[in-house]
Design a protein around this ligand. Structure first.
Ligand SMILES: [Zn+2]
Length: 69
């Protein structure tokens, strides 16, 4: 959806982009990684991506070699 610019469910090209923000995050330890969301304005399907730059933090926390349970 981010890459194709089309909804994968209904094929609509009408995609709304919700910029990464305070109420738009994914839990990582005591903080969070902000998310960028894409919403199809035709059927309502949403897709979310961890903000660029925050992926390393997510990998450290959730990665299989991180040592967390
Ligand atoms: Zn759609």
């Amino acid at each position: 959806m981010r890459n194709t610019k089309h909804c994968p469910k209904c094929g609509s090209p009408e995609i709304g982009i919700v910029e990464p923000g305070r109420y738009n995050s994914f839990p990582v330890g005591f903080g969070g990684a902000r998310l960028e969301r894409y919403v199809c304005l035709s059927c309502g399907f949403t897709e979310e991506w961890v903000e660029r730059g925050a992926l390393e933090k997510v990998r450290k926390y959730y990665g299989s070699s991180s040592g967390h349970e």
